[in-house]
Structures are given as C-alpha cells and as structure tokens.
Design a protein around this ligand. Structure first.
Ligand code: NAD
Ligand SMILES: O=C(O)C(=O)C[C@@H](O)[C@H](O)[C@H](O)COP(=O)(O)O
Ligand code: ZN
Length: 359
C-alpha cells in the first residue's frame, strides 16, 4: 500500500493506493470519527461489479449501508439526481456525522461530492474511484459539481474528501475507451508539470494501454502526487490551480456543445490540449517540435486531436465565455511554454482563438 497525505493547513486527508484495497475500506473508515450510517452512491455499471462487495465490507465494519444507484455517464451529473439522493440520505437517516461514499468514476464522484457538500450543509465524503480518470484526477482535490444545461460543472463547490481509496484492481473491468479517456488527464500532468514524466509516457504509453499493473500504479501515484502538490498551493483556484484546467477551456465547450454525449470528458480535453498547444505555437510561446510531441502522445493514447467538422467555431467561442476561469470579458487559456510548464494567459483575443481552432 502507498499513502499520500494531502495537507491543507490543519485539514489533511490520506490518499491510499492499494491493489485490492476495496477489501480494506471498512478498516480505513473505522479510522475516521464517523457515525455508522452511510449512503453508498454508485452507478448502474459499477454496482453489479463492486457495489454489493463494497457494501458488505462496510457492513462488516459496523456500518448500516444504504446503496444508491445513478444512471451511468455524464447525464447523471444533474440537480435532479442530487435531489433524489438527498431523499435517499434522509430515508437512510444520515445525520451530519454520517458519510457519503462515492464508488465509481468522476461522474459519481462529482455528483456524490456535491450531495455530501450540501446535504445538511456538509457531511463526511469518501472517494473510492474506479476509473483511471477518477483515480488520477477527480477523486483528489475537492472539486465537486453538477452540470447546468448552459455549462459544465456550473453548480458546485470545493469540498475535500476525508479519505481517498484507490484500488488499481478495479481498472481490470474498465472498458478500453474509458481507460484511454483517463490517459488525457495523465498526459495533461506531463505537459503542465513534469517533462520527465511526459517523456516516460512517450516511452511507456503502450504499457498503459495494455493495462500493465506496475505501469498503472506508477502513473496513478505520480499523478496523485502532482495534483496534491498543486491543490496544496491553491485549494480554491485563486491562481495557480488553474493550470490543472489545461485543455479544458475548449474541452468543456466541446462537451457542452455536443450534449455531453458524443465525447467522453478525457476525449474532449485531448482535443482542447492540442488546440491550446497550437495556440501556444501561434503566440510564439511553444516550439513546433514540442507541439508535435504533444500531438503524437495524444495519438499514441488513441485519443482524438481535432474538433469534429460539424462543430461551428463561433459556437465554441461563445461557449468559452461561460468558462469559470473567465473574468469580465477576458478569455483565459492555459498555454504550454515548454513540455513540463504552462502559463495562465488572460489576454487572449477572439482572433487568436479562431485561428487556433482551425487545424
Ligand atoms: N472533480 C474533478 O477534479 C474532476 C477531474 C476530472 C474530471 N472530472 C469529471 O469526471 C467526469 C468523467 O469521469 P470518468 O471519466 O470517470 O467518467 P464516468 O464517471 O462516466 O465513468 C466512465 C464509465 O465507466 C463506467 N465505470 C466506472 N468504473 C468502472 C469500472 N471499474 N469497470 C467498468 N466500468 C466502470 C461508468 O459506469 C461509466 O459508464 C466528468 O464529469 C468530468 O467533468 C472531475
Ligand atoms: O482539479 C482541478 O482544478 C481541475 O481543473 C481538474 C480537471 O481535470 C477537471 O475536469 C475539473 O473538473 C475542471 O474544473 P472546472 O473548474 O473547469 O469545472
Ligand atoms: Zn478534467
């Protein structure tokens, strides 16, 4: 078992990385000051795989467990689903010391986290991520949210979990497309933070596609350490944390404009990362060779790199104005300066955006 401690002043929480760790969730929960009633939130795909096993482990640890299933996929990240989960929390008799446990990918984690943050103004929240994307990104750092028809993650909070338990064994059942989508956020860390990690990915990416356990463990731990370091510097994204949004300015627009359906989050972010890198070249910030390396690694991960032809660039531009990084009428982009370092640019004009959207 590997452990990372994410420290935010007096508040800190453990991130456990343990192959087969689902079996020890009860033990980890017993280390926390929790009342013994819990709401376990999962989705329709994850429940048959792990739901009852995790509920049994929690019951062996003395918890009364109510299990809630939401539909699988992005469409579940809504206020309507949150309202249904509040009812279930009431029915289960949860008080303010009773945990909400998220068992699933980033959608379950964001939705369950939003419910935990707002039910009775906040109850303990436990993250048990089961996709690569959730294990390397969404389960760490406290961003929780639901979508609004007019934008991604528009209704949410910063709400840290008490505990994150990452069991790489759960990735064995993850569909290949979902694994690849998680690689987008993995590649992101190489571009924004660690050029040597990026180079490791260039040399070992195929091992990840083949679900090489050691490679996955190394990547998950590396990404969690990077995310923890960034969140510790700027928990509520007043500045530096925005670098974790690299690729998301256009990525979120692609998701919203295609109905949160045609592209998985990681796929949309991959497109956004290439466009931001192209913009960096056009702005004279990044060399063409580095841009090409980013495009090549995204291709190695079998991720999309360009916008769908039927997506109007004007619509993307309009959607970007809803981005949460926007201040006033300033468009904000996270642009690579080299592989391993990005800058936050608040002075990007519409003409530059339209130029970068073109291949
Ligand atoms: N809060 C954050 O910091 C943060 C970071 C990145 C992404 N996100 C959000 O995360 C979401 C994307 O998360 P995701 O990519 O995990 O998608 P997801 O939660 O939709 O899961 C992907 C699919 O895989 C299934 N699944 C999950 N675990 C499985 C397993 N072990 N075996 C088989 N099937 C499994 C799910 O049922 C779903 O159908 C987006 O909404 C994005 O906005 C949030
Ligand atoms: O944790 C962060 O900060 C991130 O930006 C991580 C992103 O990968 C993630 O998709 C996040 O939900 C996007 O943040 P948002 O504030 O643009 O919704
Ligand atoms: Zn993301």
């Amino acid at each position: 078992m590997r452990k990372i401690n994410l420290a935010l002043g007096e508040r800190s929480y453990p991130i456990y990385l343990e192959d087969g760790g689902l079996n020890r969730l009860g033990y980890y929960l017993q280390q926390l000051p929790l009342e013994k009633k819990a709401l376990l939130i999962t989705d329709s795909n994850v429940y048959p795989l792990y739901g009852e096993k995790v509920a049994a482990v929690m019951r062996q640890a003395g918890f009364q467990v109510a299990v809630a299933r939401v539909p699988a996929g992005e469409q579940a990240k809504t206020l309507e689903q949150a309202a249904r989960l509040y009812d279930l929390a009431f029915d289960a008799g949860l008080d303010r010391s009773c945990p909400v446990v998220a068992l699933g990918g980033g959608v379950v984690g964001d939705l369950a986290g939003f419910v935990a943050a707002t039910y009775m103004r906040g109850v303990p929240f436990i993250q048990v991520p089961t996709t690569l994307l959730a294990q390397v990104d969404s389960s760490v750092g406290g961003k929780v949210a639901v979508n609004h028809p007019r934008g991604k993650n528009i209704i949410g909070a910063f709400y840290q979990p008490r505990l994150v338990l990452i069991d790489v064994a759960t990735l064995q059942t993850l569909p290949a497309r979902q694994l690849k989508a998680g690689l987008a956020e993995v590649i992101k860390y190489g571009v924004i933070w660690d050029g040597e990690f990026f180079q490791w990915l260039e040399n070992n990416g195929v091992r990840l596609l083949a679900q090489d356990r050691d490679a996955l463990q190394y990547v998950i731990e590396t990404c969690c350490r990077i995310k923890a370091a960034v969140v510790e510097q700027d928990e509520t994204e007043q500045g530096r944390r925005a670098i974790l949004n690299y690729g998301h300015t256009v990525g979120h627009a692609v998701e919203a404009l295609t109905g949160y359906d045609a592209f998985l989050h990681g796929e949309a972010v991959a497109i956004g990362m290439v466009i931001a890198a192209r913009m960096a070249v056009q702005q004279g910030l990044l060399g063409y060779r580095e841009y090409h390396r980013i495009k090549q690694l995204i291709a190695l991960a079998e991720l999309p790199a360009e916008l769908p032809a039927d997506l109007a660039h004007r619509d993307i531009l309009q959607s970007i104005y809803h981005d949460k990084k926007v201040k006033g009428d300033q468009l904000v982009f996270i642009l690579p300066q080299q592989i391993g370092r990005v800058g936050i640019y608040r002075d990007i004009d519409e003409k530059s955006v339209m130029r970068a959207l073109k291949e």
